[in-house]
Design a protein around this ligand. Structure first.
Ligand code: BTN
Length: 323
């Protein structure tokens, strides 16, 4: 996109009384023709403008699209998404983020897409990522921790989902260790952490978050209809995807900073309150291994502690089900 287009939308957005094409041309030291070209590009992206009698323009509609000029507008973060890569369609945002991380992209770099054609879920599953309805987003993190603490990162993203949903939409959320965000018992958010690490330290972690936002029930494949939901279904109305996404990014950055300053303990209190597993009988599958017992705690590394008949077992990752 022409940088002038970004400047034009920023100026119009931030002006209280609206701006004429001549005001814009003056402020940007370009011809009115160039301003008109930028306005045409913006209309093509879905922006709509209104003019008063003095031909001062203001924005009447911004597009519901994952484009950088919309995500950046009013984004309250210092590092998260300050490097932002937006795609209309991509295989998987996690794969793109891994490539960027390998090439040295800094912590906080974000890849987001309108649609994923090969969205990945945990444990080799696929993630349904239709166009225009959800948030399919991956962020590069470079925490100075050993790999066995990486499960904790899932918990941070899940808590960010919970806080953002409660603050932006006033909806109650539940969290299912390690990575599911639920509303009214149905999955709305999934998190996939992929790591590059040596035994002692993580080189980088890519934290992929899929949030179902404006899906209606019909959009989900039949197999997911009984277990999945979306923010819009839960709220009973369409949700402003961009506003929610900006809130999620700022909240996640806040949670991540808290974690870097003080470790997992302060965050865990909040996570535990929303946990649907704690105090319940659970089975956790880890490949061939199966642990059955009562979920009694989430420890400071983010691991689940399961009390079986004979002992307490610390489970670092896996798929938990309520019995
Ligand atoms: C799960 O619950 O199984 C995890 C789902 C993670 C989906 C997100 S969508 C953005 C990012 N890119 C992917 O390919 N997967 C994650």
């Amino acid at each position: 996109m022409d940088p002038l287009t970004t400047d034009v939308i920023d100026l119009v957005r931030n002006s209280k009384r609206g701006l004429t094409d001549a005001d814009l041309a003056d402020s940007l030291s370009v011809s009115k023709n160039r301003v008109h070209r930028a306005l045409d590009e913006l209309r093509g992206l879905g922006y709509r403008f209104d003019s008063d009698e003095q031909h001062r323009m203001s924005i009447t509609q911004a597009p519901d699209r994952m484009i950088d000029i919309e995500i950046m507008a009013g984004l309250k973060t210092r590092t998260f998404a300050r490097q932002l890569h937006c795609y209309q369609k991509i295989g998987s945002t996690n794969s793109a983020a891994i490539d960027l991380a390998e090439a040295g992209a800094p912590e906080g770099t974000v890849v987001v897409a309108e649609e994923q054609t090969k969205g990945r879920g945990r444990l080799g599953r696929s993630w349904h990522s239709p166009a225009g309805l959800g948030i399919w987003s991956s962020i590069i993190l470079r925490p100075p921790v050993p790999p066995e603490r990486a499960t904790g990162l899932s918990l941070l993203a899940a808590l960010a989902f919970a806080r953002a949903t409660e603050a932006e939409l006033g909806l109650e959320t539940q969290l299912k260790w390690p990575n599911d965000g639920l509303i009214a018992g149905r999955k709305v958010c999934g998190i996939l952490i992929e790591l590059s690490a040596e035994v002692d330290r993580v080189h980088y972690a890519v934290c992929g978050t899929g949030i179902n936002v404006n899906h209606t029930v019909k959009v989900f494949p039949a197999a997911l209809r009984k277990t999945a939901s979306s923010l819009a279904i839960a709220a009973g109305r369409p949700v402003d995807r961009l506003a929610y996404y900006r809130r999620f990014l700022a909240t996640f950055e806040g949670v991540y900073r808290e974690y870097r300053r003080e470790g997992m303990s302060p965050i865990l209190g909040e996570y535990r309150k929303r946990s649907i597993l704690l105090g319940k009988k659970v089975t956790v599958r880890q490949g061939e291994r199966k642990v059955t017992g009562t979920a009694v705690a989430i420890d400071d590394t983010g691991a689940l502690v399961v009390k079986t008949r004979s002992q307490e077992i610390v489970v670092r990752s896996g798929e938990a089900t309520l019995r």
